[in-house]
Design a protein around this ligand. Structure first.
Ligand code: ADP
Ligand code: MG
Length: 346
């Protein structure tokens, strides 16, 4: 609690309302919202994974251009994606808010509706948080708690020379979607370019940006099946995130650009807007796909199981010694993978 006294009742009512509408029972949850701390019980030895994100209005989201529901949904998905990359089962959610005067109760409920829409997909329970007033915009902090079996998690540091590099899904869609959204807001957007991109491709790309899906199921499969040696989620883009994985593992990497999986919509976008689809895939953030490495002896099992389960995974390169650096081969030519960092919306 951190509101002035006059606001206490309002805060109490808000928390009661949120509890009533969004909190529910969950396995292992002894006591959720309503006391000084939430209490959970571990029935068997586990590893607990804790991840938190702080989102600031004007930096990570804009209340003027995005619906609160969509802000909440994407914020929760970003955290779910972190747990997916650890191979963890997401379980509990804590949400802290600093609310400025201009933000209405219905906007706050919108945020929660969005967060819980994402969390319900994985049975994640809201178990607590904190509420404050704010004199400088809306702040939203999300903490997610997940579990794995003991000594069983996907780290960034496990990649070995000779491992094969894979990604789930397709890359670059979210950035293309974000650009389409931004274009549609500028009056100067040219009708010609619009018409070259079919409605369904447009909608697909925008949806990939607004409604990303964290690869929780795939992360659990990779971890529990002992299929991956290392993993990271693609939140900042392939170029930046591959670098993180390589740094933590003390290795280099060779990416085969022709193998990077692209959706038909992303191809169509690149053609219509005269941009390189590979560039979109390398620099585009917020796809929330998984980037993971697999030892040569696990490849066959991985690909067989992926096919049987209907998971889309694509081999895009090979882990090399650290001194090799991070290179990309394209049409037989090798060049350093450009270092670009994705700038989050705003
Ligand atoms: P304290 O004074 O101990 O911080 P609060 O009055 O802030 O207690 O919180 C009371 C209960 O409501 C706690 O269980 C807390 O986790 C929960 N809570 C407070 N704010 C939020 C929020 N924004 N979202 C979800 N739960 C909340
Ligand atoms: Mg509090």
């Amino acid at each position: 609690m951190a509101l002035p006294t006059a606001k206490l009742l309002q805060e109490f009512a808000l928390i009661q309302g949120l509890k009533h509408q969004f909190a529910h029972r969950a396995p292992g949850l002894v006591h959720g919202i309503g006391d000084d701390a939430a209490v959970v019980e571990a029935n068997s030895p586990r590893w607990w994974h804790l991840t938190t994100d702080l989102l600031a209005e004007g930096i990570h989201f804009d209340l003027k251009s995005a619906a609160p529901e969509s802000i909440g949904y994407r914020a929760a998905m970003a955290n779910l994606s972190d747990l997916a990359a650890m191979g963890a089962v997401p379980r509990y959610l804590l949400v802290s808010l600093a609310i400025p005067k201009k933000v209405s109760q219905s906007q706050v409920y919108g945020l929660y509706r969005g967060m819980m829409k994402a969390c319900r997909l994985y049975d994640v329970a809201l178990i607590g948080g904190d509420t404050s007033a704010s004199k400088a915009g809306l702040f939203l902090s999300i903490t997610l708690v997940g579990t794995t079996a003991k000594r069983r998690a996907l780290f960034r540091h496990g990649a070995k020379v000779g491992d094969q590099i894979y990604v789930s899904g397709t890359l670059g869609d979210s950035l293309a979607g974000l650009r389409l959204l931004a274009n549609s807001k500028t009056l100067r957007s040219t009708k010609k370019k619009r018409s070259q991109l079919s409605r369904s491709h447009r909608q697909f790309l925008i949806d990939r940006h607004v409604h990303p899906t964290a690869r929780v199921t795939e992360g659990l499969w990779l971890n529990n099946g002992r299929l991956a040696t290392a993993a990271i989620d693609l939140s900042d883009g392939l170029s930046g995130d591959l670098r993180h994985l390589c740094e933590e593992s003390g290795v280099g990497a060779e990416i085969e650009s022709d193998n990077i999986p692209l959706s038909p919509a992303c191809h169509a976008y690149a053609k219509a807007y005269h941009v390189s689809s590979t560039q979109l895939a390398i620099t585009g953030g917020e796809d929330y796909e998984l980037l993971f490495t697999v030892s040569p002896k696990s490849r066959r099992a991985l690909e067989r199981q992926a096919q049987a389960r209907g998971y889309r995974i694509t081999r895009i390169g090979t882990i090399r010694p650290q001194k090799f650096g991070i290179q990309m081969t394209s049409h037989g030519r090798m060049q350093p993978l450009p270092l670009t960092s994705y700038e989050h919306f705003c």
